[in-house]
Write a new protein. Structure first.
Length: 255
């Protein structure tokens, strides 16, 4: 593995989606370099404007206005694009850029959107996000949107919706990475079955090791893997200071 590029498939470097100064802190890019991370999926939060912490949960507390989340997401993405124009990082637009990660020290950013809420069920919005450099969309997050159900709220749709399937098809056509993180079980199965290409579940963990709403059962992990999908394991259910060996055991379980 020596020399293999490290790629973080789900990140908010410098907490750029919530940066009060409206920009991506350069210190976050320096941290990527020092850690040897060549590339990260820089995820704008699609439903961030309508989320808040309630007790120990993150929930949507209001419905967004027309176009509100689309505008918010474009603003977040622009913070990364500005740093790219200034020469502080490279944007990954396609496979050729990925092969360059082996040679270049980085950092590089693959623009992503966490939550398909900015789409408002519109296929042309997928094309619009692709046009500004987005290469991955996570269909759902903490708000139940038009595309499917989420892990942290009671189901409303019963799985992937027709609009969700249409988004998956369009992402396949454009060569975008479909992310099934945060999707409820029936929705995730629908995403896997609908996509013509392997998907990624960018941040989750094994439910068999620790019961947590955002974790996946072994059965669902196998469903994703059977189609060539990629599972990103996160220590999201761990307390700060938890032993590293505990997290490594999660990784071994998923592998």
């Amino acid at each position: 593995m020596d020399g293999a590029p490290i790629v973080d498939v789900h990140a908010h470097p410098g907490r750029f989606p919530r940066a009060t100064a409206g920009e991506l802190p350069l210190a976050a890019l320096a941290e990527m370099r020092s850690a040897g991370v060549r590339c990260a999926f820089f995820a704008a939060v699609g439903d961030g404007a309508v989320l808040r912490v309630e007790g120990r949960r993150i929930r949507s507390y209001r419905e967004p206005g027309p176009g509100e989340l689309h505008a918010s997401t474009l603003g977040q993405l622009e913070r990364v694009r500005v740093r790219a124009r200034e020469g502080h990082l490279r944007l990954v637009a396609g496979r050729r850029d990925l092969t360059g990660l082996v040679r270049d020290a980085g950092p590089a950013a693959l623009l992503a959107v966490e939550g398909g809420d900015p789409l408002e069920g519109r296929i042309d919005r997928v094309q619009a996000l692709h046009a500004v450099g987005v290469r991955s969309i996570q269909l759902v997050h903490y708000r139940i949107n038009e595309l499917g159900d989420i892990q942290t709220e009671p189901p409303r749709h019963g799985g992937l919706t027709d609009a969700g399937a249409a988004v998956v098809h369009e992402m396949n056509r454009l060569g975008m990475v479909v992310d099934g993180a945060h999707a409820a079980a029936a929705t995730l199965r629908g995403i896997v079955e609908t996509s013509r290409h392997p998907i990624v579940v960018s941040h989750t963990g094994p439910a068999a090791r620790r019961s947590f709403a955002r974790h996946l059962t072994d059965d669902l992990l196998r469903v994703v893997a059977a189609r060539g999908g990629v599972i990103g394991v996160w220590p999201i259910a761990r307390q700060p200071g938890a032993p590293l060996d505990d997290f490594l055991a999660d990784l071994r379980h998923v592998v």
